[in-house]
Design a protein around this ligand. Structure first.
Ligand code: SF4
Length: 463
């Protein structure tokens, strides 16, 4: 059913409560890879949360929250341009501009679910203080909306970690879509707060595989970025781990396994990406592969093959299972968006690509990289605010992380633009970007009229 517009049921309230934390010692939980933190049994901690009676890990699908998400533009589009394109063979013609939307784009199931659970938490706890241990997802507008609902988001201080001292018994703490560390879960369990765990079940699946590695004494080789929140959380479930960012780092690991090498140089290179006391001569004898769910699937698979070949070469086929462990934990949503990207950039009618998504979003950066590798002009923006309509100018980011300003980026005459968006990007962000594109091409453009469309089909919880 399409949700109805509704008045906001969640009044942003003033910070009425004062927190008398002066008597409480500051508690800093480092949000970098927790090399020095005390090891705890991740699976046991997660299971123990259920028994507290203060732990929520499923959405309730309350209609007030859904309506408010629609009003705020942080859910799926139900009546705007994106919704209308869904019903129009993923295309739109506006004057000289033809827009083609990738078959898979935007909000993934896990992200929409996380945002919904945060809205539901606010609605269910109108008088409580609410916190999120990190950005709920990598999208500035969505995070800003949550702040406006008086939900405080903890920023990471690279040196000091996060200071959770002001969170008190009875408060509500939300874990974001990419999860929280085992140490954070333990802390909030002990603190007596209510926990709303929006961790995507696919991320939890990776945690289970890492947990299996630990129980069977394998070192987890995690394909991911050591500073990414999801990888930080995943690493916290591993006894022993090494994080490899790409194929080049994976090659360093397999070279060391086969040939040994300069131990100190190896440890220096991976100093921020290994567990405490990591010894490459001891800890690379048995390895299991895990992944940050937003990495390129092809790269993760290739790293798996590299490790498998290496262990086969070193120990022989009969011993492979004693030295290498692989579980399929690659998220479909990331892959579907990448596959749709490969498909749309092969469309010969496309003149340029527009990629919409947060500048710190890993999966969006991969979408941009795919277009760049193809040699297609591609512009990655995080919001419409990056586009200056009057001067036909935009500030965009490249796949290698450079912020660039480009003037006259939209040429005169007919134009076909392909559009996609990252898994943490609400449809509204795409609609606002396209609105500016249409205004540049036609100063008299007056906007797209809303039209009620079929709702998105969202998979059930057992996705
Ligand atoms: S990209 Fe995949 S793993 Fe990440 S939140 Fe979305 S559905 Fe979950």
């Amino acid at each position: 059913m399409p949700v109805q517009q509704a008045r906001c049921p969640v009044q942003a309230r003033a910070f009425a409560r004062s927190f008398s934390n002066k008597s409480r010692r500051s508690v800093h939980v480092r949000a970098s890879v927790a090399a020095e933190t005390e090891k705890v049994d991740g699976r046991a901690v997660r299971r123990s949360l259920n028994a507290t009676g203060r732990y929520v890990r499923q959405p309730t699908k309350d209609e007030k929250s859904q309506a408010l998400m629609e009003e705020h533009g942080v859910g799926y589009s139900l009546s705007g341009l994106v919704a209308q394109m869904r019903e129009n063979d993923m295309q739109w013609q506006q004057g000289e501009v033809t827009v083609k939307l990738a078959k898979a784009y935007g909000y993934c199931w896990g992200v929409e679910r996380a945002v919904r659970m945060a809205y539901e938490a606010r609605n269910a706890n109108p008088d409580k203080k609410l916190y999120i241990t990190n950005e709920i997802i990598h999208n500035p507008e969505v995070n800003q909306r949550l702040r406006e609902l008086d939900i405080e988001i903890f920023e990471d201080d690279a040196e000091e970690g996060k200071d959770y001292a002001r969170i008190s018994e009875g408060d509500v703490v939300i874990f974001p879509a990419f999860g929280a560390t085992v140490q954070e879960m333990q802390l909030f369990k002990d603190r007596g707060v209510k926990m709303v765990d929006t961790t995507c079940p696919w991320v939890a699946k990776v945690w289970n595989s890492v947990d299996q590695h630990s129980r069977k004494s394998y070192t987890s080789v995690i394909h991911g970025k050591y500073s990414h929140e999801e990888t930080i959380a995943t690493a916290s479930f591993a006894d022993t781990y090494i994080i490899v960012r790409d194929l080049a780092e994976a090659q360093m690991v397999v070279d060391y396994i086969l040939q040994g090498g300069d131990r100190e140089a190896f440890l220096k290179h991976f100093e921020k990406a290994v567990s405490s006391g990591f010894d490459p001569d001891r800890d690379l004898e048995r390895v299991g592969l895990a992944n940050q769910t937003t990495m390129l699937k092809g790269d993760t698979q290739e790293i798996g093959k590299m490790l498998e070949r290496t262990m086969m070469a070193k120990y022989g086929p009969a011993e492979l299972n004693n030295h290498f462990m692989l579980m399929d934990t690659i998220c479909d949503a990331t892959q579907e968006r990448q596959d749709a990207m490969y498909e749309i950039i092969d469309d010969p009618s496309i003149n340029m690509m527009l990629v919409v998504g947060g500048f710190n979003s890993s999966n969006t950066s991969h979408l941009q990289e795919i277009a760049e590798h193809k040699g297609l002009p591609s512009f990655w923006v995080d919001s419409a605010a990056r586009i200056d309509v009057e001067n036909n100018k935009l500030l965009h980011k490249t796949g290698w992380g450079e912020l660039k300003e480009t003037t006259n980026w939209l040429p005169e005459g007919p134009l076909t633009i392909a559009v996609t968006s990252g898994a943490s990007t609400p449809d509204k962000a795409v609609e606002e970007v396209l609105d500016r594109v249409f205004r540049i091409k036609d100063p008299s453009f007056a906007g797209i009229a809303a039209k009620e469309c079929k709702p998105m089909v969202v998979p059930d919880e057992d996705h």
